[in-house]
Design a protein around this ligand. Sequence first.
Ligand code: SER
Length: 604
Amino acid sequence: MTSQELRKKYIEFFVSKGHKEIPSAPLVPENDPTTLFTSSGMQPLVPYLLGRAHPAGKRLVNSQPCFRAEDIEEVGDNRHTTFFEMLGNWSLGDYFKKEQLPWIWEFLTKELGLAKEKLYVSVFEGNNDVPKDTETYEIWKSLGLPEDHIYFYGADKNWWSRSGSPDKMPAGEIGGPDSEIFYEFTQVEHDAKYGAKCRPNCDCGRFLEIGNSVFIQYLKRSDGKLKELPENNVDFGGGLERLTATTNNNPDIFGTDLYKPIVEKICEGLGTSYEKNKQYIQVIADHIKASVFLMKDGVVPNNKLQGYVLRRLLRRVATKAFLIDKQKSDSKFFRSLIKSVIDIYSERFEEINTANIEEEVSLEIRKFRATLERGLQQLDKSIKDNENLGLAVFNLFQSYGYPLELTIELLKERGIKFTDFDMGQFEEGRKSHVELSRTASAGMFKGGLADHSEVVTKYHTATHLLHAALRQILGSHVEQKGSNLTVERLRFDFSQPEKLKEEQLKQVEDLVNEKIKENLPVSSEIIDKEEALKSGALAFFGDKYGDKVTVYTIGHPERSEGSHFSREICGGPHVKNTSELGKFTITKEESAGAGVRRIYATLS
Ligand code: SER
């Protein structure tokens, strides 16, 4: 089965069970300063899993591109990737276990035709706070799963939240017990290095997790206890890549149509074979795909946050390609990889600027090559000066991002051999470095809490006021091009050909403050998209919307023109009244690209 057929089958199956298909969210979440990437299908739905009404209703389905930065080091086997598409279905306080489990069973065994005897499931065994999930166990049994295909595990394996087990969940995070489904590839021999006995959740690769039904029922309170949510929710996620591999009974996802064309281009361009350089090729294929998707959603390589992760991916791509063949890994080669990614997803890349991505990638890899050259000179000097080799190599790694394996290759070229002592010195430095960056980024890369804290909510409403004020002062050519909120400030990008004059900035600032002082109510309603647009609600054209949308109005909620100050299609959250915002101050105005200006502002 092709991945396209599978994706379509899944959506159609859940639509036939009363679900509405919702558009996927971008890989970089807007207005959520606590997380860098969309790392699961449920992430954009957190406000709705917490109880807010979703415009598309209580049964939702989609296919969501996801990126997991924390898995970078895991890539290099038959099943781990940083980028993947997650097929997801959700019940927002609607159906629960007795519908979800039979449906997903029906989908896997009837729609996909997977052999029942190769399917295994896991169930939550309970802990001090949450009881054993006997209901799920009974449902699986009633569906015909033999007892020896049902495994009970604790919270380390059968609990899902974006932060992991309950003890790791920060206050405000949601999660719950889950039930995973595994497919057994009988052709894969168990590797005893992973334990005496193979079972679902074993890391040897014989069992592949292909789906997970999470029963999101709990919220972590600030006193550390779990509180039951007002509604029982279902959050199912299954990786499209893994499901496709499973339907073809091939344990290697890099053999599916979602990777094969990239793998072929790598082998062709570098004059190698998949078997010969499997691990490197898996890394290149995953990372180049992830990079293209990140760049499509506006990330550019730099030294900050998402840009830094993208830079790391591209450097790893370049390194692995150099290690296979330094000469052949030229910009033509990298361009051919980008093209192959875009061909696979052509239906998702309608308005993509391919040339831009190719340029950025070539530039970044050229810069990396120059860095490598500088590093090499440094290394030659260290060797000449008889410095400690392990430390010299660590310095290259730390200062130039020079990977160990690449350095070893180049030393080899110089006829130098590493001793165990050198390796020990390098390892020590690397470990403390990794620990340091882990501490610094704790929470950030994990796909942390969607920040609906009071402050961010205020900035969200202030952004709508700013948008409306800019349109009133500068004209209706002003359109939102981007927005980013932190607990300290808002940042707003908008179309505007030239720099704003001092007096224009003052007028905009005054108008926002005037509206704050007018104590305007902020209200929301769920209506048809067409109706919303007709009533003058602004839409952010970078976003995709479903048929039904939430519209936030600041001012009198009547729809007639002039009765309100601002009206926008938006997911929220917002304050109830502008009087909650305090004083609005524009702190900076600058260019954000051709024809786009950027404003930073604070509330105090
Ligand atoms: N949220 C769960 C996951 O990411 C299931 O969708 O695995």
